[in-house]
Design a protein around this ligand. Structure first.
Ligand SMILES: [Zn+2]
Length: 338
């Protein structure tokens, strides 16, 4: 199957995080039909990572995730672009990697594997399970795919996911002095969050905070007894200074609950490829057993997760060549670690 057809076939199978079973089965069948040995690694009852290889000890692996953010948007296309959910994040990448791997096979390179994970878009649940697969120990380089505009990402920010919860006391809203508003407490805390200067890093850049969700209260005529907010902070430092900054600004007014975090990562730089630091996080922090990480993929992160997601067909084709060259480079030439 050709590059664009494979991209569209993968996109036409809905796989919002948690519902990756069908796309995983499709990939297994497709790769087996091409002669790959394919394992489905169980992550939950209905979720499997897909692990494919040609020999027992592949040195270089290509990987990305099979899940998408909601909602499902079926593929459409014109001469230049493929539109729809997963076009750039990350089903176009899966297709480009498979086509690249097949090209490498044709010139006798069989030291390659393919790893496709579930639930990257939530908390990298699939990657965390994949990290314990015994074959990881034999891997030297992991080329992860995310939309980097086909540049080689040499750094990616981490992500710190947390909730802040406040408690109050419910009362008739006509007698506010009888109650204690959890929402007003939370607003005070959030005002402090907005004015906090979190520490930055020279290499990774600025630490940014998204106050992403707000929830609380019962009814218009009740003083709210509970409230909570969800934050996602793009980490450029270790986790502890951010946690400490939050705890010291919250003080006794509320409670910090850390949901998950991944650290910023430096990746391998290879001569001859455009390089940059990206602001988003990937599966890479959770795939530490899979050798030295690299990150490259077609498409723009700026359209990923939007209703207008697309990938340029030209960029998919360029990515195939880049993956082929990167694998050859890693298997043969001297590379420099940063
Ligand atoms: Zn992605």
């Amino acid at each position: 199957m050709k590059l664009f057809e494979l991209t569209k076939s993968l996109m036409s199978i809905p796989s919002v995080s948690g519902e990756e079973e069908a796309v995983g089965s499709y990939l297994r069948d497709h790769l087996e039909s091409l002669g790959w040995t394919v394992e489905l690694q169980s992550v939950s009852e209905t979720q499997n990572n897909v692990i494919a290889y040609l020999n027992d000890t592949p040195r270089v692996w290509l990987s990305t995730h099979m899940d998408t953010v909601p909602p499902f948007i079926p593929p459409t296309e014109d001469d230049e672009k493929i539109y729809g959910r997963g076009s750039c994040d990350a089903k176009g990448i899966i297709a480009a990697q498979i086509i690249a791997a097949e090209e490498l096979r044709r010139v006798g390179v069989e030291d390659i594997g393919l790893l496709y994970t579930v639930e990257e878009e939530r908390a990298s649940t699939g990657a965390k399970v994949a990290n314990h697969h015994p074959i990881a120990a034999k891997c030297e380089y992991l080329i992860n795919g995310e939309p980097t505009d086909n540049d080689l990402a040499i750094g990616s920010k981490g992500a710190f996911r947390a909730k802040i919860k406040t408690k109050g006391k419910a009362a008739h809203s006509a007698y506010p002095e009888q109650g204690d508003s959890a929402i007003e407490k939370l607003l005070d805390i959030l005002e402090d969050v907005r004015h906090t200067k979190f520490p930055n890093d020279d290499f990774f850049g600025e630490t940014t905070c998204n106050i992403a969700t707000l929830d609380g209260g019962i009814a218009l005529n009740v003083i709210p007894p509970h409230a909570e907010t969800g934050l996602l902070i793009r980490l450029t430092t270790p986790m502890e200074p951010i946690r400490d900054a939050l705890e010291s600004l919250i003080r006794e007014r509320g409670e910090l609950e850390i949901l998950s975090y991944s650290l910023p990562v430096k990746m391998l730089a290879v001569d001859g490829f455009e390089q940059k630091v990206v602001r988003f996080t990937t599966d890479i922090p959770h795939l530490g057993n899979w050798g030295q990480p690299l990150l490259l993929g077609p498409g723009s992160i700026l359209v990923a997760h939007t209703k207008d997601e697309f990938v340029l067909k030209k960029d998919l084709e360029i990515a195939v060549g880049l993956y082929v060259n990167l694998v050859k480079e890693l298997l043969t030439a001297e590379t420099q670690s940063r």
